[in-house]
Design a protein around this ligand. Structure first.
Ligand code: AMP
Length: 484
Protein backbone atom coordinates (compact mmCIF):
# COMPACT_ATOMS: atom_id res chain seq x y z
CA UNK A 1 0.00 0.00 0.00
CA UNK A 2 1.24 3.48 -0.91
CA UNK A 3 0.15 6.89 0.37
CA UNK A 4 -0.85 7.72 -3.20
CA UNK A 5 -3.50 4.94 -3.07
CA UNK A 6 -5.35 6.44 -0.09
CA UNK A 7 -7.15 9.27 -1.90
CA UNK A 8 -5.18 12.17 -0.42
CA UNK A 9 -4.58 15.33 -2.45
CA UNK A 10 -1.32 15.98 -4.27
CA UNK A 11 -0.45 18.84 -1.91
CA UNK A 12 -0.78 16.52 1.05
CA UNK A 13 1.23 13.78 -0.63
CA UNK A 14 4.01 16.31 -1.02
CA UNK A 15 3.94 17.05 2.70
CA UNK A 16 4.03 13.33 3.49
CA UNK A 17 6.97 12.92 1.16
CA UNK A 18 8.70 15.86 2.83
CA UNK A 19 8.12 14.17 6.21
CA UNK A 20 10.12 11.24 4.85
CA UNK A 21 7.46 8.53 5.12
CA UNK A 22 7.69 5.75 2.55
CA UNK A 23 4.43 4.00 3.20
CA UNK A 24 1.39 4.34 5.43
CA UNK A 25 1.29 2.50 8.72
CA UNK A 26 -1.56 -0.06 9.13
CA UNK A 27 -3.82 2.40 10.96
CA UNK A 28 -3.20 5.05 8.31
CA UNK A 29 -3.89 2.63 5.46
CA UNK A 30 -7.19 1.59 7.01
CA UNK A 31 -8.39 4.87 8.49
CA UNK A 32 -7.55 7.51 5.86
CA UNK A 33 -9.90 6.31 3.07
CA UNK A 34 -12.81 5.95 5.53
CA UNK A 35 -12.26 9.37 7.07
CA UNK A 36 -12.13 10.91 3.60
CA UNK A 37 -15.48 9.24 2.90
CA UNK A 38 -16.83 11.05 5.99
CA UNK A 39 -17.45 7.88 7.99
CA UNK A 40 -17.37 7.73 11.75
CA UNK A 41 -14.49 5.67 13.01
CA UNK A 42 -13.24 3.84 16.09
CA UNK A 43 -9.49 3.29 16.02
CA UNK A 44 -8.03 0.99 18.63
CA UNK A 45 -4.44 2.13 18.45
CA UNK A 46 -1.93 3.79 20.67
CA UNK A 47 0.90 6.23 20.20
CA UNK A 48 3.68 4.82 18.10
CA UNK A 49 1.32 3.38 15.48
CA UNK A 50 1.13 6.57 13.40
CA UNK A 51 -2.43 7.21 14.56
CA UNK A 52 -2.06 11.00 14.68
CA UNK A 53 -1.39 11.25 10.95
CA UNK A 54 -4.30 8.84 10.35
CA UNK A 55 -6.71 11.61 11.34
CA UNK A 56 -4.64 14.75 10.72
CA UNK A 57 -3.95 13.96 7.04
CA UNK A 58 -7.55 13.36 5.90
CA UNK A 59 -8.76 16.24 8.07
CA UNK A 60 -6.51 18.63 6.21
CA UNK A 61 -8.01 17.57 2.89
CA UNK A 62 -11.57 17.71 4.21
CA UNK A 63 -11.04 21.18 5.69
CA UNK A 64 -9.33 22.48 2.55
CA UNK A 65 -12.85 23.13 1.22
CA UNK A 66 -15.09 25.51 3.12
CA UNK A 67 -14.85 28.82 4.95
CA UNK A 68 -13.92 29.84 8.46
CA UNK A 69 -16.36 31.78 10.60
CA UNK A 70 -15.73 33.81 13.75
CA UNK A 71 -16.20 31.93 17.03
CA UNK A 72 -17.26 28.77 15.20
CA UNK A 73 -14.45 26.28 14.75
CA UNK A 74 -15.00 23.90 11.86
CA UNK A 75 -13.41 20.90 13.56
CA UNK A 76 -12.44 19.93 17.08
CA UNK A 77 -9.78 17.57 18.39
CA UNK A 78 -9.95 16.68 22.07
CA UNK A 79 -6.74 15.58 23.79
CA UNK A 80 -6.32 14.56 27.44
CA UNK A 81 -3.13 16.54 28.10
CA UNK A 82 -1.44 19.72 27.02
CA UNK A 83 1.56 17.79 25.75
CA UNK A 84 -0.51 15.61 23.46
CA UNK A 85 -2.49 18.61 22.24
CA UNK A 86 0.78 20.36 21.40
CA UNK A 87 2.02 17.27 19.55
CA UNK A 88 -1.11 17.15 17.41
CA UNK A 89 -0.69 20.86 16.67
CA UNK A 90 2.87 20.15 15.51
CA UNK A 91 1.48 17.48 13.18
CA UNK A 92 -0.90 20.01 11.62
CA UNK A 93 1.96 22.39 11.10
CA UNK A 94 4.09 19.68 9.51
CA UNK A 95 1.51 18.22 7.13
CA UNK A 96 -0.56 21.35 6.55
CA UNK A 97 2.16 23.61 5.28
CA UNK A 98 0.76 23.54 1.71
CA UNK A 99 -2.73 24.48 2.90
CA UNK A 100 -4.34 27.66 4.14
CA UNK A 101 -5.78 26.41 7.41
CA UNK A 102 -5.97 28.19 10.72
CA UNK A 103 -5.51 26.34 13.95
CA UNK A 104 -6.01 27.30 17.57
CA UNK A 105 -4.79 25.42 20.59
CA UNK A 106 -6.86 25.71 23.76
CA UNK A 107 -4.92 24.31 26.66
CA UNK A 108 -4.65 25.21 30.30
CA UNK A 109 -1.70 27.18 31.56
CA UNK A 110 -1.58 29.46 28.52
CA UNK A 111 -3.06 32.96 28.36
CA UNK A 112 -6.68 32.89 27.35
CA UNK A 113 -6.65 36.29 25.68
CA UNK A 114 -4.75 35.17 22.58
CA UNK A 115 -6.83 32.04 22.32
CA UNK A 116 -10.03 34.07 22.37
CA UNK A 117 -8.58 36.41 19.74
CA UNK A 118 -7.80 33.44 17.52
CA UNK A 119 -11.34 32.13 17.92
CA UNK A 120 -12.75 35.53 17.03
CA UNK A 121 -10.86 35.48 13.76
CA UNK A 122 -12.16 32.03 12.87
CA UNK A 123 -10.37 28.69 12.98
CA UNK A 124 -10.51 25.54 10.89
CA UNK A 125 -9.00 23.27 13.52
CA UNK A 126 -9.42 23.63 17.25
CA UNK A 127 -7.23 21.39 19.39
CA UNK A 128 -8.26 21.44 23.02
CA UNK A 129 -8.12 19.78 26.38
CA UNK A 130 -11.65 19.32 27.75
CA UNK A 131 -11.21 21.55 30.81
CA UNK A 132 -10.14 24.69 28.96
CA UNK A 133 -12.69 24.13 26.22
CA UNK A 134 -15.49 23.93 28.79
CA UNK A 135 -14.25 27.11 30.46
CA UNK A 136 -14.40 29.04 27.21
CA UNK A 137 -17.69 27.50 26.26
CA UNK A 138 -19.26 28.47 29.57
CA UNK A 139 -17.97 32.03 29.11
CA UNK A 140 -19.72 32.19 25.75
CA UNK A 141 -16.45 32.63 23.88
CA UNK A 142 -17.00 29.73 21.56
CA UNK A 143 -19.82 28.10 19.60
CA UNK A 144 -19.67 24.48 18.63
CA UNK A 145 -22.64 24.45 16.28
CA UNK A 146 -20.42 24.83 13.21
CA UNK A 147 -18.16 21.96 14.17
CA UNK A 148 -18.72 19.16 11.69
CA UNK A 149 -15.79 16.97 12.58
CA UNK A 150 -14.86 15.77 16.05
CA UNK A 151 -11.84 13.70 17.10
CA UNK A 152 -11.72 12.19 20.58
CA UNK A 153 -8.13 11.05 20.99
CA UNK A 154 -6.76 8.78 23.73
CA UNK A 155 -10.29 8.11 24.95
CA UNK A 156 -9.23 5.60 27.59
CA UNK A 157 -6.87 8.13 29.05
CA UNK A 158 -9.66 10.69 29.08
CA UNK A 159 -11.59 8.16 31.12
CA UNK A 160 -8.67 7.70 33.51
CA UNK A 161 -8.56 11.44 34.04
CA UNK A 162 -12.28 11.84 34.65
CA UNK A 163 -13.05 13.76 31.45
CA UNK A 164 -15.89 11.59 30.14
CA UNK A 165 -18.73 13.75 31.55
CA UNK A 166 -17.16 16.81 29.90
CA UNK A 167 -16.80 14.94 26.64
CA UNK A 168 -20.45 13.94 26.76
CA UNK A 169 -21.42 17.58 27.31
CA UNK A 170 -19.18 18.71 24.46
CA UNK A 171 -20.58 16.03 22.11
CA UNK A 172 -24.10 17.19 22.84
CA UNK A 173 -23.21 20.76 21.75
CA UNK A 174 -21.99 19.69 18.31
CA UNK A 175 -24.29 19.15 15.33
CA UNK A 176 -25.71 15.61 15.35
CA UNK A 177 -24.75 15.26 11.69
CA UNK A 178 -21.06 15.68 12.43
CA UNK A 179 -18.39 13.09 11.67
CA UNK A 180 -16.80 11.60 14.81
CA UNK A 181 -13.49 9.77 15.11
CA UNK A 182 -12.60 8.09 18.37
CA UNK A 183 -9.15 6.70 19.17
CA UNK A 184 -8.30 4.64 22.20
CA UNK A 185 -5.59 2.17 23.16
CA UNK A 186 -8.14 -0.04 24.89
CA UNK A 187 -11.91 -0.28 24.89
CA UNK A 188 -13.19 -0.39 28.47
CA UNK A 189 -16.97 -0.47 28.97
CA UNK A 190 -17.47 3.30 29.55
CA UNK A 191 -15.67 4.10 26.28
CA UNK A 192 -17.76 1.55 24.43
CA UNK A 193 -20.84 3.21 25.91
CA UNK A 194 -19.61 6.63 24.81
CA UNK A 195 -18.98 5.32 21.30
CA UNK A 196 -22.43 3.69 21.12
CA UNK A 197 -24.04 6.95 22.17
CA UNK A 198 -22.16 9.43 20.00
CA UNK A 199 -20.89 7.58 16.93
CA UNK A 200 -23.03 6.44 14.06
CA UNK A 201 -22.27 3.17 12.26
CA UNK A 202 -18.52 3.61 12.82
CA UNK A 203 -15.85 1.72 10.96
CA UNK A 204 -13.89 -0.27 13.52
CA UNK A 205 -10.13 -0.58 13.14
CA UNK A 206 -7.81 -2.30 15.55
CA UNK A 207 -4.08 -2.34 15.06
CA UNK A 208 -1.44 -4.32 16.88
CA UNK A 209 0.13 -2.84 19.94
CA UNK A 210 3.42 -1.48 18.68
CA UNK A 211 5.43 -2.53 21.67
CA UNK A 212 4.34 -6.11 22.24
CA UNK A 213 4.75 -6.96 18.57
CA UNK A 214 7.84 -4.93 18.16
CA UNK A 215 10.78 -7.19 17.51
CA UNK A 216 12.95 -4.07 17.56
CA UNK A 217 12.77 -4.06 21.35
CA UNK A 218 14.83 -6.59 23.26
CA UNK A 219 13.00 -7.08 26.55
CA UNK A 220 14.38 -8.43 29.80
CA UNK A 221 13.25 -8.68 33.36
CA UNK A 222 15.82 -8.61 36.13
CA UNK A 223 15.10 -10.12 39.52
CA UNK A 224 16.38 -7.85 42.26
CA UNK A 225 15.77 -7.01 45.89
CA UNK A 226 14.19 -3.60 46.48
CA UNK A 227 17.29 -2.32 48.26
CA UNK A 228 19.61 -3.23 45.40
CA UNK A 229 17.68 -1.52 42.61
CA UNK A 230 19.76 1.63 42.39
CA UNK A 231 23.03 -0.27 42.27
CA UNK A 232 21.65 -2.57 39.63
CA UNK A 233 20.53 0.41 37.58
CA UNK A 234 23.92 2.08 37.79
CA UNK A 235 25.58 -1.18 36.79
CA UNK A 236 23.39 -1.56 33.71
CA UNK A 237 23.78 2.10 32.80
CA UNK A 238 27.54 1.64 32.83
CA UNK A 239 27.74 -1.71 31.06
CA UNK A 240 24.88 -1.99 28.58
CA UNK A 241 25.90 0.60 25.97
CA UNK A 242 23.28 3.04 27.13
CA UNK A 243 23.26 6.21 25.05
CA UNK A 244 19.88 7.61 26.11
CA UNK A 245 17.41 6.11 28.53
CA UNK A 246 14.07 6.80 30.13
CA UNK A 247 13.80 5.32 33.61
CA UNK A 248 10.24 4.81 34.78
CA UNK A 249 9.14 4.78 38.41
CA UNK A 250 5.67 4.23 39.86
CA UNK A 251 5.84 7.08 42.35
CA UNK A 252 6.69 10.75 42.06
CA UNK A 253 8.91 10.58 45.13
CA UNK A 254 10.90 7.74 43.61
CA UNK A 255 11.36 9.80 40.43
CA UNK A 256 12.76 12.72 42.43
CA UNK A 257 14.98 10.66 44.69
CA UNK A 258 16.32 8.46 41.93
CA UNK A 259 17.19 11.43 39.71
CA UNK A 260 19.01 13.01 42.65
CA UNK A 261 20.86 9.80 43.40
CA UNK A 262 21.91 9.31 39.78
CA UNK A 263 23.23 12.87 39.62
CA UNK A 264 25.19 12.36 42.81
CA UNK A 265 26.81 9.34 41.15
CA UNK A 266 27.91 11.45 38.20
CA UNK A 267 25.15 10.56 35.73
CA UNK A 268 23.61 13.19 33.53
CA UNK A 269 20.00 12.81 34.61
CA UNK A 270 16.81 14.86 34.66
CA UNK A 271 13.29 14.20 35.89
CA UNK A 272 9.71 14.60 34.78
CA UNK A 273 6.67 13.91 36.95
CA UNK A 274 3.17 15.11 37.70
CA UNK A 275 4.18 17.54 40.48
CA UNK A 276 6.20 19.70 38.10
CA UNK A 277 4.54 22.61 36.37
CA UNK A 278 4.14 22.56 32.65
CA UNK A 279 7.04 24.83 31.78
CA UNK A 280 9.48 22.81 33.93
CA UNK A 281 8.33 19.58 32.31
CA UNK A 282 8.80 20.99 28.83
CA UNK A 283 12.18 22.47 29.74
CA UNK A 284 13.35 19.11 31.10
CA UNK A 285 12.07 17.29 28.05
CA UNK A 286 13.84 19.77 25.79
CA UNK A 287 17.11 19.19 27.66
CA UNK A 288 16.67 15.48 27.08
CA UNK A 289 15.78 15.87 23.42
CA UNK A 290 18.73 18.21 22.88
CA UNK A 291 21.12 15.73 24.53
CA UNK A 292 22.05 18.04 27.42
CA UNK A 293 21.05 15.13 29.66
CA UNK A 294 20.94 11.52 28.49
CA UNK A 295 18.85 9.99 31.27
CA UNK A 296 15.29 10.99 32.04
CA UNK A 297 13.64 9.63 35.17
CA UNK A 298 9.89 9.72 34.60
CA UNK A 299 6.48 8.86 35.94
CA UNK A 300 3.82 7.36 33.70
CA UNK A 301 1.44 10.27 33.93
CA UNK A 302 4.07 12.77 32.81
CA UNK A 303 5.60 10.66 30.06
CA UNK A 304 2.72 8.81 28.49
CA UNK A 305 2.25 9.53 24.83
CA UNK A 306 5.31 11.71 24.45
CA UNK A 307 7.16 11.11 21.24
CA UNK A 308 10.81 11.11 22.13
CA UNK A 309 12.86 9.49 19.43
CA UNK A 310 16.09 7.55 19.57
CA UNK A 311 15.98 6.27 23.13
CA UNK A 312 18.37 3.33 23.36
CA UNK A 313 17.00 1.99 26.66
CA UNK A 314 13.93 1.95 28.83
CA UNK A 315 14.33 0.89 32.44
CA UNK A 316 11.30 0.01 34.49
CA UNK A 317 12.87 0.81 37.83
CA UNK A 318 9.53 -0.29 39.25
CA UNK A 319 7.45 -2.98 37.57
CA UNK A 320 4.36 -1.06 36.47
CA UNK A 321 1.19 -1.83 38.37
CA UNK A 322 -0.96 -1.50 35.28
CA UNK A 323 0.16 -3.81 32.47
CA UNK A 324 -0.91 -1.24 29.86
CA UNK A 325 1.73 1.09 31.26
CA UNK A 326 4.39 -1.52 30.47
CA UNK A 327 3.47 -1.33 26.81
CA UNK A 328 3.46 2.46 26.85
CA UNK A 329 6.77 2.61 28.66
CA UNK A 330 8.79 0.23 26.53
CA UNK A 331 7.25 1.78 23.40
CA UNK A 332 9.53 4.78 24.04
CA UNK A 333 12.42 2.74 22.64
CA UNK A 334 12.76 0.71 19.44
CA UNK A 335 10.95 3.43 17.50
CA UNK A 336 11.12 4.21 13.79
CA UNK A 337 13.26 1.23 12.83
CA UNK A 338 15.85 1.59 15.60
CA UNK A 339 16.52 -1.24 18.04
CA UNK A 340 16.13 -0.68 21.74
CA UNK A 341 16.48 -2.49 25.00
CA UNK A 342 13.99 -2.58 27.85
CA UNK A 343 14.83 -3.81 31.34
CA UNK A 344 12.17 -4.36 33.98
CA UNK A 345 13.27 -4.63 37.61
CA UNK A 346 11.22 -7.22 39.44
CA UNK A 347 11.28 -7.54 43.22
CA UNK A 348 9.60 -10.43 45.02
CA UNK A 349 6.66 -8.07 45.72
CA UNK A 350 6.19 -7.54 41.99
CA UNK A 351 5.30 -11.17 41.21
CA UNK A 352 1.67 -10.42 40.47
CA UNK A 353 2.41 -7.23 38.52
CA UNK A 354 4.91 -8.93 36.21
CA UNK A 355 2.52 -11.81 35.77
CA UNK A 356 -0.14 -9.39 34.56
CA UNK A 357 2.33 -7.76 32.19
CA UNK A 358 3.25 -11.13 30.71
CA UNK A 359 -0.41 -12.06 30.32
CA UNK A 360 -1.02 -8.84 28.41
CA UNK A 361 2.03 -9.06 26.17
CA UNK A 362 1.40 -12.75 25.56
CA UNK A 363 4.68 -14.33 26.64
CA UNK A 364 7.31 -14.66 29.31
CA UNK A 365 9.88 -11.88 29.30
CA UNK A 366 13.36 -13.46 29.34
CA UNK A 367 15.10 -13.21 32.68
CA UNK A 368 18.42 -11.36 32.61
CA UNK A 369 20.82 -12.58 35.22
CA UNK A 370 23.38 -10.25 36.70
CA UNK A 371 25.55 -12.42 38.92
CA UNK A 372 25.70 -11.09 42.41
CA UNK A 373 22.73 -8.79 42.09
CA UNK A 374 21.53 -8.65 45.63
CA UNK A 375 18.51 -10.77 46.25
CA UNK A 376 18.22 -12.00 42.67
CA UNK A 377 16.41 -15.32 42.58
CA UNK A 378 18.29 -16.05 39.36
CA UNK A 379 16.33 -18.23 36.96
CA UNK A 380 14.26 -19.43 39.86
CA UNK A 381 11.29 -19.76 37.58
CA UNK A 382 13.17 -22.21 35.39
CA UNK A 383 13.15 -19.97 32.34
CA UNK A 384 15.98 -19.70 29.90
CA UNK A 385 17.95 -16.77 31.20
CA UNK A 386 19.64 -14.18 29.10
CA UNK A 387 23.00 -14.04 30.80
CA UNK A 388 25.03 -10.89 30.89
CA UNK A 389 28.32 -11.05 28.99
CA UNK A 390 31.11 -12.49 31.13
CA UNK A 391 32.86 -9.14 31.49
CA UNK A 392 29.65 -7.70 32.84
CA UNK A 393 28.90 -10.52 35.21
CA UNK A 394 30.38 -8.84 38.20
CA UNK A 395 28.42 -7.85 41.21
CA UNK A 396 26.90 -4.45 40.58
CA UNK A 397 27.66 -3.42 44.13
CA UNK A 398 30.48 -0.91 43.94
CA UNK A 399 33.27 -1.77 46.35
CA UNK A 400 33.32 0.42 49.38
CA UNK A 401 29.93 2.00 48.80
CA UNK A 402 27.38 1.59 51.48
CA UNK A 403 24.37 -0.39 50.37
CA UNK A 404 21.58 2.03 49.76
CA UNK A 405 18.39 1.67 51.68
CA UNK A 406 15.12 1.91 49.87
CA UNK A 407 13.89 5.39 50.76
CA UNK A 408 11.19 5.05 53.35
CA UNK A 409 9.15 7.71 51.71
CA UNK A 410 8.80 5.52 48.63
CA UNK A 411 6.40 3.45 50.60
CA UNK A 412 4.80 6.32 52.38
CA UNK A 413 4.34 8.37 49.21
CA UNK A 414 1.02 8.36 47.49
CA UNK A 415 1.50 6.48 44.24
CA UNK A 416 1.39 8.62 41.13
CA UNK A 417 -1.02 6.07 39.72
CA UNK A 418 -3.45 6.88 42.47
CA UNK A 419 -4.22 9.97 40.42
CA UNK A 420 -6.02 7.73 38.02
CA UNK A 421 -7.75 4.98 39.95
CA UNK A 422 -8.96 1.78 38.37
CA UNK A 423 -11.20 2.56 35.44
CA UNK A 424 -14.34 0.97 36.81
CA UNK A 425 -14.17 3.15 39.91
CA UNK A 426 -13.73 6.31 37.93
CA UNK A 427 -16.51 8.38 36.65
CA UNK A 428 -17.76 9.84 39.95
CA UNK A 429 -17.40 13.52 39.09
CA UNK A 430 -16.75 14.76 42.59
CA UNK A 431 -13.81 12.43 43.01
CA UNK A 432 -11.91 13.56 40.01
CA UNK A 433 -8.19 14.09 40.35
CA UNK A 434 -6.74 17.45 39.60
CA UNK A 435 -6.46 17.55 35.86
CA UNK A 436 -3.30 17.71 33.87
CA UNK A 437 -4.60 20.75 32.06
CA UNK A 438 -5.28 22.83 35.12
CA UNK A 439 -3.23 26.00 35.22
CA UNK A 440 0.39 25.55 36.18
CA UNK A 441 -0.11 27.14 39.60
CA UNK A 442 -2.58 24.40 40.50
CA UNK A 443 -0.43 21.48 39.54
CA UNK A 444 1.19 21.20 42.93
CA UNK A 445 -2.23 20.39 44.30
CA UNK A 446 -1.71 16.90 42.91
CA UNK A 447 0.09 15.86 46.04
CA UNK A 448 -2.94 16.70 48.15
CA UNK A 449 -6.01 14.48 48.23
CA UNK A 450 -8.42 15.30 45.42
CA UNK A 451 -10.93 17.97 46.45
CA UNK A 452 -14.47 16.74 47.04
CA UNK A 453 -16.07 19.79 45.47
CA UNK A 454 -17.92 19.14 42.22
CA UNK A 455 -15.72 19.44 39.18
CA UNK A 456 -17.75 22.34 37.82
CA UNK A 457 -16.86 24.24 40.96
CA UNK A 458 -13.23 23.46 40.48
CA UNK A 459 -13.54 25.28 37.22
CA UNK A 460 -15.15 28.21 38.95
CA UNK A 461 -11.58 29.28 39.58
CA UNK A 462 -10.30 29.10 36.06
CA UNK A 463 -7.33 30.91 34.68
CA UNK A 464 -7.79 34.60 34.62
CA UNK A 465 -8.24 35.55 30.99
CA UNK A 466 -5.08 37.56 30.94
CA UNK A 467 -2.98 35.93 33.58
CA UNK A 468 0.36 34.55 32.50
CA UNK A 469 0.40 31.16 34.20
CA UNK A 470 2.78 29.76 31.68
CA UNK A 471 6.27 30.70 32.74
CA UNK A 472 8.30 29.07 30.03
CA UNK A 473 8.83 30.01 26.43
CA UNK A 474 5.62 29.80 24.46
CA UNK A 475 6.13 28.33 21.02
CA UNK A 476 4.01 30.07 18.40
CA UNK A 477 1.70 27.16 17.89
CA UNK A 478 0.73 27.04 21.56
CA UNK A 479 -1.28 30.20 21.17
CA UNK A 480 -2.41 30.37 17.64
CA UNK A 481 -1.09 29.37 14.29
CA UNK A 482 -1.78 30.02 10.68
CA UNK A 483 -0.72 27.18 8.49
CA UNK A 484 0.27 28.62 5.21
P1 AMP B 1 1.91 8.54 16.58
O1 AMP B 1 1.46 7.12 16.73
O2 AMP B 1 0.95 9.37 15.83
O3 AMP B 1 2.32 9.12 17.90
O4 AMP B 1 3.23 8.51 15.66
C1 AMP B 1 4.42 7.92 16.09
C2 AMP B 1 5.59 8.32 15.24
O5 AMP B 1 5.51 7.72 13.95
C3 AMP B 1 5.71 9.82 15.00
O6 AMP B 1 7.05 10.18 15.25
C4 AMP B 1 5.41 10.01 13.55
O7 AMP B 1 6.12 11.09 13.00
C5 AMP B 1 5.84 8.68 12.93
N1 AMP B 1 5.08 8.29 11.74
C6 AMP B 1 3.79 8.57 11.46
N2 AMP B 1 3.43 8.04 10.27
C7 AMP B 1 4.51 7.40 9.79
C8 AMP B 1 4.77 6.64 8.60
N3 AMP B 1 3.84 6.43 7.67
N4 AMP B 1 6.01 6.12 8.45
C9 AMP B 1 6.96 6.32 9.38
N5 AMP B 1 6.79 7.03 10.52
C10 AMP B 1 5.57 7.57 10.73
Amino acid sequence: MKFADLGLSDELLQSVLAAGYDEPTPIQAQAIPSVLMMRDLIGIAQTGTGKTASFVLPMIDILAHGRRRALMPRSLILEPTRELAAQVAENFEKYGKNHDLKMALLIGGVQMGDQVKALNEGVDVLIATPGRLMDLFERGKIMLTGCDLLVIDEADRMLDMGFIPDIETICSKLPTTRQTLLFSATMPAPIKKLADKFLSNPKYIEVARPASNNTQIVQHKVAVAGKAKRELLRHLLRTDNVSTAIIFCNRKTTVRELAKSLKSHGFSAGEIHGDMDQSSRIAELDRFKAGTINLLVASDVAARGLDVKGVSHVFNFDTPWHPDDYVHRIGRTGRAGATGRAFTFVTPEDAEAIDNVEKLTGGKIPLYVVDGADGAPAAADGEASARAPRSDRRAPKARGTKPERAPRSENADRPEQAERPARQERPARDERPVREDVPARDVTAQSAPPPRAPARQQRADPVDANSGDWNGPVPDFLNFSAIS
